[in-house]
Design a protein around this ligand. Structure first.
Ligand code: FAD
Length: 405
């Protein structure tokens, strides 16, 4: 069944389609293995990107400006709750559709697309594991992005070894009193809700909702970063932060499972943003090497350029096929979903980073200056090999699983 939001999104997109505004981001966009609905979602996301992201992404990067209104517009299309159930405002789409949306948005702005992935992860956590009261309280406003949220797992002393977290929530009367800190949290200081993974016992990790007005919550200054300038990142300190025990998601001890299951989706989403960025840079580069002349010839007449284009196109398509397969595995709740999500993240974030680097090289000096936008894509893509679990941790997951099977 097509959700009301999805219908709205189709109508909006078809208006754009009719006025010749269609955004075609690359000739290799093969839709033959997508369903009719998925093709429509992709086109809607591309049109949204053309209208709301493409003209402004450079400025957001230069001014380190988070595009608040664009998230709200994306919320109207159901892009902040793509794979949540429609019962509490979710769009009820599949993970392949989500991947298509993140890929489309990242053709213009990787950091905006990536933070939207975090909004989806948090929405999905509450939709999947929350109780009726928590869903009714938070999901309608998270769906429309009237409220923003942050996913809080990483700590100063536990990044890759996330289970070794120290932040502790101690029971006191009907409350939890939380002490500890988190670091590198996207949108920290600007979100209305923090989805916090913390300990509730020596060997017990739990997931607790902390609203931004909770007393004792404080935030570091936004980090100065290589990329993702449009998405602020900061630390959080919990100093005797008191929240009611009814803010616990699911049961005590279930938090690590919740965090990791959400990350399966997060990894596919992040891999999808790498696809969009690489696809966009490759499309621009094809055009550029056809126009730029050196030694009296266009540079696409050199075999070196032709071979690089061939390798980039092959890597992009191979990555996309694996990312879509991983997305399908999550939809099927397949036993290999974590394996495929990890493989997709390795493949797409590394190959696509290399594609963008090659695109920069083929632009010569022009690739290095910001006007051509390739350097922004390269800076924004670098972190995809680090977050949602580093690619070394992805290799650990893949090797353990492969050796076991
Ligand atoms: C811009 C940005 C946004 C982020 N947003 C969020 C967010 O919203 N929420 C959140 O919770 N976190 C967020 N993170 C944190 C991110 O997920 C972590 O940085 C990441 O998990 C790595 O942890 P670490 O930085 O502590 O590195 P470490 O774990 O210290 O790793 C350092 C290096 O050692 C390697 N390494 C570690 N253990 C092993 C091992 N066993 N075998 C081989 N190699 C190993 C790593 O792969 C890495 O290369 C964000 C980070 C950034 C940079």
């Amino acid at each position: 069944m097509i959700s009301r939001r999805l219908l709205h999104c189709f109508n909006r997109s078809s208006k754009l389609l009719n006025n010749k505004n269609q955004y075609r981001f690359e000739s290799l966009n093969d839709t033959s293995n997508l369903t009719e609905d998925q093709v429509l979602v992709q086109q809607a996301a591309l049109n949204f990107t053309k209208e709301h992201l493409l003209p402004f992404a450079s400025e957001w990067d230069q001014k380190s400006q988070s595009p608040i209104e664009v998230y709200k517009e994306a919320g109207k299309l159901g892009f902040a709750c793509i794979y949540s159930s429609p019962d509490h405002g979710g769009s009820g789409m599949d993970r392949v559709s989500a991947s298509l949306v993140f890929e489309a948005l990242a053709t213009a702005c990787v950091s905006t697309s990536s933070y939207l992935s975090i909004l989806n992860m948090n929405h999905w956590i509450i939709d999947t594991y929350g109780n009726e009261k928590q869903k009714a309280e938070w999901l309608p406003q998270l769906s429309t992005v009237e409220k923003f949220s942050s996913y809080c797992l990483t700590e100063p002393g536990s990044g890759s070894d996330a289970a070794n977290m120290k932040t502790f929530a101690k029971k006191d009367g009907g409350d939890y009193v939380i002490n500890g800190s988190k670091c590198f949290i996207s949108n920290a200081g600007f979100s209305d809700l923090y989805v916090v993974m913390c300990k509730t016992g020596e060997n017990e990790r739990s997931c607790i909702l902390v609203p931004s007005d909770a007393k004792g919550l404080s935030f570091g200054k936004p980090e100065v970063k290589m990329g993702w300038h449009a998405s602020p990142t900061a630390s959080i300190t919990f100093d005797n932060v008191r929240v009611p025990q009814s803010n616990l998601i699911s049961t005590e001890g279930n938090g690590f499972k919740i965090a990791m299951t959400a990350l399966d989706g997060g990894r596919v989403n992040i891999a999808s943003t790498s696809l969009g960025s690489a696809a966009q840079c490759l499309a621009k580069t094809k055009e550029y090497v056809g126009q730029r002349k050196q030694f009296g010839k266009s540079i696409d007449s050199f075999q070196n350029t032709q071979f690089r284009i061939a390798e980039m196109a092959t890597d992009l398509i191979a990555s996309r096929l694996l990312v879509r397969e991983a997305a399908k595995k999550i939809d099927l709740n397949h036993p290999n979903k974590t394996l495929y999500a990890s493989m997709a993240k390795i493949q797409a974030t590394e190959k696509c980073y290399n594609i963008v680097d090659q695109c920069l090289q083929l632009h010569g000096g022009y690739g290095y200056i910001s006007e051509y936008n390739i350097e922004r894509h390269l800076r924004d893509l670098r972190v995809n090999r680090i977050l949602e679990g580093t690619n070394e941790i992805m290799r650990l997951i893949v090797s353990r699983q492969v050796i076991k099977q």
